[in-house]
Design a binder for this molecule. Structure first.
Ligand code: KG4
Ligand code: ZN
Length: 330
């Protein structure tokens, strides 16, 4: 059994976790930066990078202490190497490189998307390859056929905004606060999902791609029309997103022959309406459904440590000059 230290710093969460190859999460620590970014209504890259510098080393020490371990006990050091805000990615990756060099342990450079893609396997030991994955986060909205570690076939992506981005922009338009996804979900609980007629972009098209920019513009128009309560707009928006995600995923199932399960991961997978709708879709297609627990959907260190564990077990380690990348398609 091996023990992996995982570091995450690609957006606005600084995180460190210790995860074993038998799926035991020995510790995980996370420092959000919400209050630092809230006045701006979105993540400010420079503020994020500075906050990562301040938070990361104490978090690593705390994660080791929580687990009762020292760096000597660790078998490999994994860190997000991209994609993401480059300043933040560099903080985590350079820290991992320094630790790897100082302790003479292997470095595993993890693609953040791979962290999300493999996170359901950390939570569910029965989830086997291949599976159809809906990866919905703040930066990405993709359908992936996950064939194995490092083997991802992209079936679809968004032609404009990511699903989480649409949640964040809608929250901003409706004055619901930051971060947007959970705020829209809360408001939607008090609204009527059928109150506001909103578009379902690309619904029914042959290729399972996504589009959310038109939906965002429709939310803006609905707000400015002044006819609806924000709660009703939020609920109607969330329903429109759910309808698009379900329709597009249903379409992709036709291209995912041999899939053992339908899986959803990424920050938007923390949304209960999204989870419930995809679970129903899986049920209708006689497929098992998997989604990580809520805390494992949004960015965290455990998913990076786990992806590191899966890569390390496959013999995939990286040289110390591996670059940090702002863009890095899976
Ligand atoms: O995976 P993640 O933490 O970071 C990225 O890799 O992007 O995803 C963050 C995104 C944000 O856009 C956030 O608004 C959204 O996930 N999100 C949600 C919920 N919780 C987080 N969207 C809808 N409902 C939620 N409960
Ligand atoms: Zn993420």
């Amino acid at each position: 059994m091996s023990l992996i230290l995982g570091l995450e710093s690609s957006c606005d969460e600084t995180a460190a976790a210790l995860v074993a190859s038998d799926r035991t999460i020995l510790s995980h620590r996370l420092a959000g930066q919400e209050s630092a970014h809230a006045p701006y209504g979105g993540v400010v890259p420079e503020i994020a990078a500075r906050a990562h510098v301040e938070a990361l080393t104490p978090l690593i020490e705390a994660a080791l202490a929580d687990a009762g371990k020292s760096l000597d006990d660790v078998d490999a050091i994994a860190a997000t190497a991209g994609p993401g805000l480059i300043g933040g990615v560099m903080v985590g990756l350079v820290t991992a490189k320094a630790l790897a060099l100082a302790t003479n342990k292997p470095l595993v450079a993890v693609n953040h998307l791979e962290g999300h893609a493999l996170s359901p396997r950390l939570a569910d030991p029965d989830l086997a390859f291949p599976y159809l994955l809906l990866l919905v986060s703040g930066g990405h909205c993709q359908l992936l056929f996950v064939e194995g570690v490092g083997r991802y076939r992209r079936l679809a992506t968004t032609i404009d905004d990511a699903a989480g981005e649409a949640f964040d922009k809608t929250a901003k338009l409706l004055g619901l606060g930051f971060p947007g996804g959970p705020a829209v979900e809360r408001a939607a609980l008090m609204g009527d999902p059928a109150a506001v007629p909103l578009p379902r972009p690309l619904l029914g098209t042959a290729e399972p791609h996504f589009s959310f920019a038109g939906l965002k513009s429709a939310v803006l128009r609905a707000r400015d029309a002044g006819l609806h309560r924000p709660e009703d707009i939020a609920a109607s928006f969330q329903q429109a997103v759910v309808d698009c995600l379900v329709d597009r995923t249903r379409r992709a199932l036709g291209q995912a022959h041999g899939a053992t399960a339908l899986v959803v991961a990424g920050g938007v997978a923390a949304n209960k309406a999204v989870r419930a709708a995809l679970e129903s879709l899986a049920y209708a297609h006689d497929l098992p459904f998997a989604a990580p627990p809520l805390w494992l959907c949004t960015d965290n260190g455990a998913m990076i440590a786990w992806a590191g564990a899966e890569r390390f077990a496959a013999g995939l380690i990286d040289p110390l000059d591996v670059p940090a990348r702002a863009r890095w398609p899976l």
